[in-house]
Design a protein around this ligand. Structure first.
Ligand code: AMP
Length: 396
């Protein structure tokens, strides 16, 4: 069956058409600047990439254009829309209701909309994406795959904040975690690689957004992002953990309201804020190499905090069998992996420098040192494949 995987943002819509049998993407691409002047569609197949510039006033027009392109006589990969057996949607927040993927019915849709309160920046865009696909493909079954679902089995003591219990019960203030599809995929790949479904695995998803997860025997038992993706390690522009008292202090000193401080913590902080150079690790590495102190400080702070989470999660699981690096930085930035791992030898975890320096070729790399008691793996993530697998499993 061919599955269309859709990841809708407020002004973008990324897609992949995946064959459930071969598990390969037949086509992938994205619409950019939806609802803004200059909208365009980038579409990539085995035949190459095309860029189509066309006005896309809303997501429904964008979905129609994606489908037209998929069946296009020249750029297309399928003869008719009917070949698409189902659509899998990335949905950010499943709250406590969803610990796995679900077929989207009217009732499920209401719950997804109701949970928008918990992810006001992202969930409304996901809802728009689902509605746009429904409008254009009314007969295709739709599945929601939640970013939070993999973390839904975290133990209560790991997901609780030490706030009054009533506010957890009534207002749902707790830790949820995100990047679940990625942590799920790479931890399953690592368990397969090791031939050990009960392995204690720490997965480091290090990208523009970063999170670390402790996976014990296939279950996420703790993760660094919390109520929102702001908690945890520093990221491209997000601060990660800060003392909440900083919010009032900054509001007073800089004349910002709460929303202003939250925007500052989400968009102006992280490695971009420390360095003043960039949120992109390639730029930071280049600047640090040229002697830029703040770029080096940003990299050092990032690696230090990731290392602290790895140590914490080894404690959370009373041991670790495998550490996984994934996503843009985890898969590609040799120096970051080296720096993080340099402080983990007390766990018996070492890396082989030559293997660590190998270029990312899209396959799993075992970079463990010969004497390492812990497997250290680089595993390219594939969130779209997880969405396609879960969608197929529910609709077949
Ligand atoms: P992601 O959010 O997973 O796309 O990761 C983006 C981050 O990965 C950026 O900070 C990039 O600088 C970093 N990165 C480092 N090397 C590469 C590379 N070769 N390709 C893509 N991203 C890279």
């Amino acid at each position: 069956m061919k599955i269309l995987v859709v990841n809708a943002g407020s002004s973008s819509l990324k897609y992949q058409l995946i064959d459930s049998e071969t598990e390969k993407a037949i086509a992938k691409g994205g619409c950019e600047r939806i609802g803004i002047a200059g909208s365009l569609l980038k579409h990539k197949t085995a035949k190459g990439e095309v860029v189509i510039e066309k006005a896309m006033p809303d997501h429904t027009v964008a979905v129609s254009l994606v489908l037209e392109t998929l069946v296009h006589p020249e750029h297309g990969v399928i003869a008719s829309m009917d070949e698409i057996g189902a659509v899998g949607h990335r949905v950010v927040h499943g709250a406590e209701e969803f610990d796995s993927s679900v077929v989207i019915t009217d009732e499920i849709m209401e719950k997804i909309i109701a949970n928008s309160d918990l992810a006001p920046l992202h969930q409304p865009a996901n809802v728009i994406g689902i509605n746009a696909c429904k409008a254009v493909m009314p007969n295709a079954p739709m599945v929601a795959v939640f970013d939070t679902a993999f973390h839904a089995k975290m133990p209560d003591y790991a997901f609780m904040y030490a706030l009054p219990y009533e506010d957890y019960k009534e207002l749902k203030v707790r830790r949820y975690g995100f990047h679940g599809t990625s942590h799920k995929y790479v931890s399953e790949e690592a368990a397969k690689f090791m031939g050990n479904p009960n392995a204690k695995i720490i997965t480091c998803h290090l990208g523009n957004g970063s999170s670390i997860t402790a996976v014990n025997a296939g279950v996420s038992v703790d993760t660094s992002m919390g109520f929102t993706p702001l908690e945890g390690v520093p990221m491209g522009t997000r601060s990660g953990d800060v003392d909440p008292a900083v919010i009032e202090y900054l509001a007073n000193k800089k004349g910002m309201d709460v929303a202003g401080v939250l925007s500052y913590l989400n968009k102006k902080s992280g490695v971009a804020g420390i360095s003043g150079v960039s949120s992109d690790f390639r730029d930071l590495a280049a600047a640090a190499d040229e002697g830029n102190y703040r770029a080096k400080l940003a990299l050092d702070t990032f690696c230090y905090k990731v290392r602290k989470y790895v140590g914490a999660y080894a404690a959370a699981m009373n041991g670790v069998d495998c550490i996984v690096f994934t996503a843009g930085i985890g898969e590609n930035t040799v120096s970051v992996r080296k720096d993080i791992m340099a402080g983990l030898t007390y766990l018996g975890a070492t890396i082989d420098e030559a293997k660590n320096a190998l270029k990312n070729d899209g396959t799993i790399h075992d970079i463990s040192g010969a004497d390492s008691k812990v497997k250290v793996l680089v595993i390219p993530t594939n969130e779209e494949l997880v969405i396609a697998r879960e969608t197929y499993a529910l609709v077949k």
